[in-house]
Design a protein around this ligand. Structure first.
Ligand code: SAM
Length: 276
């Protein structure tokens, strides 16, 4: 057990929580805040700051981006793994992607994964596509993953994974597309050819809009951390960046309160929607 004494008061923690909520959308209620307390305090120590007021001044008024990033990284929940809610990948490859196939040319299909955390979800989509006969010959797939946590984006680019991360991945995919490096699994470079990972905040619409429009958007297990207002803001952003009739894949707990004027349920039981 960590015997180090904590030094931030409840009031100070709450002030940081408010700042982070406005910046990232992530709601940090009391119980969660205390879970993250040590990680937050580590950020103070790493930056050699001993008092709360200087810290707060630097993030709030001096807008110290490094400090804000480290604080953000400390409170994000990055849980993810390969083949998570894999049924959605089957619907994507068997039912949705074939709709994009044309007889006279190979169209580009753009897929956004927001948030991508350390990359397992984006690579799982690519693996599911590779595992489906002929799909890659008929479609030009481009995948973009974004996450607010800079450390996760770095990990995603590195493409090195633990046994725990690949546990649910079908064995033949692990064998074909990964190389063992010590205790870790490194994803093949070929899979990264049309995949891009970018650090971005989903609420930064000016940046998000620069990525262009997408045909398909995966947003799984992020909206559950947002309050109702921020969730609605996200649905609006998703609507803006999706092409007409574009598809939205949500996690099982993300679809609560989805704006039915913007999205129609496409596949019941699997939280897949289509832009109206
Ligand atoms: C639990 S992970 C989900 C990862 C993956 N989509 C999955 O379902 O396995 C949630 C991720 O959302 C990211 N996140 C939280 N707020 C964000 C925001 N405002 N913009 C972009 N990413 C955010 C966190 O950094 C974290 O990596």
């Amino acid at each position: 057990m960590d015997s180090k004494k904590t030094f931030l008061t409840d009031q100070e923690l709450e002030k940081l929580a408010n700042f982070l909520q406005k910046k990232t959308g992530v709601e940090l209620e009391d119980s969660k805040l205390h879970r993250f307390q040590r990680k937050i305090e580590d950020v103070f120590l790493e930056h050699d700051i001993n008092d709360f007021n200087s810290f707060y001044h630097r993030i709030r008024y001096q807008k110290d981006e490094d400090l804000i990033q480290d604080l953000t990284n400390a409170v994000t929940v990055n849980e993810t793994y390969f083949w998570r809610e894999f049924e959605q990948f089957s619907i994507l490859t068997q039912k949705i992607l074939p709709q994009f196939i044309q007889s006279n040319k190979i169209p580009i299909v753009r897929i956004l994964v927001a948030p991508c955390s350390s990359g397992e979800e984006l690579y799982s989509i690519m693996l599911a596509i590779l595992d489906t006969a002929n799909l890659l010959e008929k479609l030009n797939i481009e995948l973009v993953g974004i996450d607010i946590d800079s450390k996760m984006v770095f990990k995603a680019k590195a493409g090195l994974y633990t046994q725990r991360s690949v546990k649910k991945l079908p064995k033949h995919l692990l064998k074909t597309y990964f190389t063992k490096v010590g205790n870790l699994y490194k994803i093949d470079d070929a899979l990264r050819k049309n995949s891009y990972f970018i650090k971005a905040n989903i609420f930064d619409d000016s940046i998000i809009e620069k990525f262009g429009h997408f045909d398909i958007l995966f947003s799984r297990n992020m909206l559950i951390y947002f309050n109702e207002l921020d969730k609605q803001k996200c649905y609006n952003i998703f609507y803006k960046i999706l092409n007409m009739k574009g598809f939205l894949f949500l996690g099982h707990a993300d679809a609560n309160g989805i704006n039915k004027k913007l999205f129609l349920l496409y596949e019941k039981g699997f939280h897949i929607y289509q832009k109206i």
